[in-house]
Write a protein that binds this ligand. Structure first.
Ligand code: 13P
Length: 261
């Protein structure tokens, strides 16, 4: 069995201002810094520099700085957009792609999501590809088909050797910000099916080493039972990542799984 290091991300979304972002970054850097778990935070664009400054002072292994979005062109006439090299200028090492709020609220199409996955990997970033079904799709029994299609579109053109920097975040849309979490059994079943899809797109070895996070109303109180599932390799956390003590409990739950092997 391949052991995958758990990965926990705090997606701060469109929340917090300077002083709150500074305080949260400090608390996370001081308390969530463990070699057993990869930890990243994803502040809103205006606070990346502030958070980067805070994180630079921390000991190894360090909390990774991530961005919630970017545009997959090097530079040029793309009003309102931000490039990967601009983010890297400020120490950003990870990016989210295909988050359900970008797919379903902003209307990002699969072609753009795939362009972003490829550009992020080409630039040397850690890329988290977010996928997941809507409630009506789950109720129609289409969860695995939706995840398979989003994986196939999102990972098209990705080279096998780039998959080491690719994490999948399975975030059922109905569980995001609703307080409704997938049961550990349902989440495990979806993760195992995603791993089979990755095996069919690449190979079994890559499928076994690719980390698949769960996201959707993860809290300190439910993280341990989710992360105890064999195919759940940590989480992508929204609301609960805004409170340092909750986030720390979630990171500790991931560390406990890591220690168990
Ligand atoms: P919540 O944890 O607030 O449900 O959000 C999950 C999410 O969308 C993380 O990207």
């Amino acid at each position: 069995m391949v052991s995958r290091k758990p990965f926990v991300g705090g997606n701060w979304k469109m929340n917090l201002h300077t002083s709150e972002a500074h305080a949260l970054a400090r608390a996370v850097a001081n308390s969530c810094n463990t070699p057993a778990v990869d930890v990243a935070v994803f502040p809103a664009f205006p606070y990346l520099v502030e958070v980067s400054t805070v994180l630079q002072g921390q000991p190894n292994p360090g909390v990774l700085l991530g961005a919630q979005d970017f545009y997959p062109a090097a530079n040029g006439a793309f009003t309102g957009e931000v490039s990967l090299s601009m983010l890297q200028d400020h120490g950003v090492a990870a990016v989210l792609v295909g988050h359900s709020e970008r797919r379903h609220i902003i209307g990002e199409p699969e072609t753009l999501i795939n362009d972003k996955v490829q550009a992020g990997l080409e630039a040397g970033m850690e890329v988290i590809l977010c996928i997941g079904e809507k409630l009506e799709q789950r109720e129609a029994g289409k969860t695995d088909a939706i995840n398979a299609a989003q994986l196939a579109y999102g990972l098209a053109g990705v080279k096998p050797e780039q998959m080491a920097r690719l994490t999948v975040a399975y975030e059922p849309v109905w569980a995001i910000g609703t307080g409704k979490t997938a049961t550990p059994q349902d989440a495990q079943a979806a993760h195992a099916a995603c791993r089979e899809v990755i095996a069919s797109l690449f190979n079994g070895k890559i499928a076994q080493s690719t980390r698949i996070q769960y996201g959707g109303s993860v809290k300190g109180s439910n993280a341990a039972e989710l992360f105890a599932q064999p195919d759940i390799d940590g989480g992508l956390i929204g609301g609960a990542s805004l409170k340092s003590d909750e986030f720390l409990t979630i990171v500790q739950a991931a560390a406990a799984r890591s220690e168990k092997g």
